[in-house]
Design a protein around this ligand. Structure first.
Ligand code: SF4
Length: 346
């Protein structure tokens, strides 16, 4: 398959930039050493699909403030713990006595709520793949009549970010689109990429051969001057998973969310609907995140997340910033471009 891909790539008249939108792809591409196998005409660049990386400073800092309050328990995914904010990280808050716990599924936080009198706050990061499960938790919390369960949603939607990327100057020739998000939203919502922006996009799985299969289709389209949305991940339906989409729609509504590196992107986040407001941590604790720009001015996560630079162009990469002492979220998360590059390609 690599030979087939490279033979096609040799026929391209120039080097093309293909963005893998999703952090899971970024990790798999690095782990499998795919970049080292590709013809020089294919340049893979990472995009804004790592949920930890795109969570804004202000949200992380608000979560730390909540964690430091007596009788609060913060539940969140492991990578969120190490993201640095102005006043340290959730991990440092934990070390100083805050009750911060790692979840493998949002349901872990829900199940714990029934066993404790403390206030449970689920810091919910993720994309369309995670949102249905958070929605299930909120519905179950309503059924159970929980008074001590709250969700701090930092959920994001992928297509508004792709729109934001394509609406400004960019060097992207095509997209490798995420299989798991597409299982939820389907193929149809990506049609703007081809129709409005005239770029090809192919939905791919996360195994090496699935990624290569999708890249073959992208390069074929570029050779033929086509810009279509294709599916190289068989389970995807045109209209997505209606049950999961209904679950999201019942509980959440889009709002203009703040993304690290991008700022505000219209209708790019999910906030809790008024029917479930009694579980909204933002309302309960009167949280007003302070989005004051990047913590570390030398950190280039903003450019990395937009695919404008490779992590190696950051002056801190591998020097002051490494997975053991990350200065930005792109080095924290296993789905971050800096972390993947450091761990597998450096
Ligand atoms: Fe930020 Fe570290 Fe990546 Fe540089 S190497 S962009 S400091 S996370």
């Amino acid at each position: 398959m690599i030979k087939k891909l490279n033979d096609l790539a040799k026929r391209l008249s120039r080097k093309v930039n293909i963005m893998e939108v999703c952090g899971t792809h970024t990790n798999s591409i690095a782990k499998n050493g795919l970049k080292s196998l590709l013809n020089e005409n294919i340049n893979l660049i990472s995009g804004p699909g790592c949920p930890v990386c795109v969570s804004a400073d202000g949200d992380i800092e608000a979560a730390i403030d909540l964690a430091l309050k007596k009788d609060n328990i913060i539940f969140t995914f492991a990578d969120m713990l190490r993201v640095p904010g102005r006043n340290g990280s959730l991990q440092e808050a934990k070390a100083s006595g805050a009750d911060v716990r790692v979840i493998y599924s949002p349901l872990d936080a829900f199940l714990e709520t029934g066993k404790t009198n403390k206030t449970v706050i689920l810091l919910a990061s993720g994309f369309e793949t995670t949102a249905p499960l958070i929605a299930v938790c909120l519905k179950k919390a309503k059924e159970a009549g929980f008074k001590n369960f709250f969700v701090f949603p930092v959920l994001k939607l992928i297509n508004p970010a792709i729109t934001a990327l394509l609406s400004e100057e960019n060097k992207i020739d095509g997209f490798l689109l995420p299989g798991h998000v597409s299982l939820v939203i389907g193929k149809k919502p990506y049609s703007f990429i081809s129709k409005k922006f005239n770029k090809p996009g192919v939905i791919g799985g996360f195994e090496a051969e699935e990624i290569v299969a999708a890249l073959i289709e992208i390069v074929k389209q570029l050779l033929e001057g086509k810009a279509q949305i294709q599916n190289a991940y068989p389970a995807i339906k045109e209209e997505g998973n209606q049950t999961a989409l209904k679950m999201i729609e019942d509980v959440f509504e889009p709002y203009d969310a703040v993304w690290r590196g991008f700022g505000v992107i219209p209708s790019s986040g999910l906030k809790i609907k008024k029917e479930f407001r009694e579980f909204d941590a933002l309302i309960k604790f009167n949280i007003k995140p302070c989005y004051g720009g990047s913590l570390n001015k030398a950190c280039k996560c903003a450019e990395v997340l937009k695919g404008k630079i490779s992590p190696v162009k950051c002056p801190l990469f591998g020097k002051k910033c490494a997975p053991g002492k990350p200065l930005g979220p792109c080095m924290v998360s296993s789905e971050g471009a800096c972390n993947a590059l450091y761990n597998y390609e450096k």
